[in-house]
Design a protein around this ligand. Structure first.
Ligand SMILES: [Zn+2]
Length: 232
């Protein structure tokens, strides 16, 4: 087997390894949790955090409301209890009660809004839980298949890699060096030579080079630099 034929086979193996690697990554990514499920779980967790914060805020508002109601009742008892006779003191107490009544109104409004937002949040959470649960079931059901796919890809990769290493061991360092550089720069390192034309860049190859390719020499395309493979 000529060097170029070996390199051509090496490239075929490398492309196949690359494809299996990509497939394996995709299957593994899917197994780590599908992105749709992860996004749904994140949304749910955010809403649950928001619910806890809203509940804390709500409890604080309700405590403030209760304290204010007690305060108003106490002031009213003092106001009408007949213990205060001083007109100015009575007037100031009345003003305070009025001021507190306004505060009470505002607080009641806030508590009501809080209750409403809590209700709609809980409804949204219930929906999100249902959706996340369904996505989770779907994912878990697809896992046995994914596990088998990973095993298949891994065994294919092991087989291809050992084949590749065995082939590479038969090639000299210079040829491997040229091939490696081309693979990392242009992707396809080997170009099929057909009818005197470079299969990758479609430029005519001088006939003396075509002859050298036929005799098994390592010849690069003068235009794209790829190794010309002319077995066909
Ligand atoms: Zn070319």
């Amino acid at each position: 087997m000529t060097t170029t034929t070996s390199l051509f086979r090496l490239q075929k193996l490398d492309l196949e390894i690359e494809r299996h690697d990509q497939e394996l990554t995709m299957v593994r990514r899917g197994m780590a949790g599908n992105p749709q499920l992860r996004a749904a779980e994140k949304r749910l967790a955010d809403m649950e955090t928001q619910e806890r914060e809203t509940a804390t805020k709500q409890r604080r508002l309700e405590a403030d409301l209760a304290a204010l109601e007690i305060q108003i009742k106490r002031d009213q008892a003092r106001m009408y209890g007949g213990m205060i006779v001083d007109a100015r003191e009575l007037a100031s107490l009345e003003k305070e009660i009025q001021h507190h009544a306004v505060q009470l109104d505002a607080l009641e409004g806030q508590v009501l809004i809080g209750m409403e937002s809590m209700e709609s949040l809980q409804q949204m959470i219930a929906n999100a839980r249902e959706q996340t649960g369904a996505l989770g079931d779907q994912w878990r059901n697809s896992r046995p298949g994914a596990k088998r796919q990973v095993e298949e890809q891994e065994s294919s990769l092991a087989r291809l890699n050992s084949e590749r290493n065995a082939l590479a061991a038969t090639l000299d360092a210079r040829a491997l060096g040229v091939y490696g550089r081309l693979r990392s720069t242009v992707g396809h390192a080997i170009s099929p030579l057909s009818g005197g034309i470079c299969g990758e860049c479609r430029i005519a190859v001088p006939s003396k080079d075509v002859q050298r390719v036929r005799s098994g020499d390592l010849v690069s395309c003068a235009n794209c630099g790829r190794i010309l493979h002319g077995a066909v």
